[in-house]
Design a protein around this ligand. Sequence first.
Ligand code: FES
Length: 83
Amino acid sequence: MKKSLIKITWPNNIETYASEGDDWFSTAEKAGLEIPTGCLTGSCGACEIDVNGETVRACVTNIKSKKEKILNVSLTTDPYWEY
Ligand code: FES
């Protein structure tokens, strides 16, 4: 089965393409963005991003296609870290 590319739009308005199963960190790098990390085991939440309005933890989630084929990503901001 041929994999189709998934279009991803990033908060800096850059668009990249990824395949199902690609990891979020290297895909974000292609867009010039860095997803923050902490534990890398899925427990701290530092790497949370919003994908089409759904929060995912990038360190334990791979890119999955949705019906829409376009994933809109925003980096979540932790209100406790903003001054
Ligand atoms: S880095 Fe801690 S949950 Fe992903």
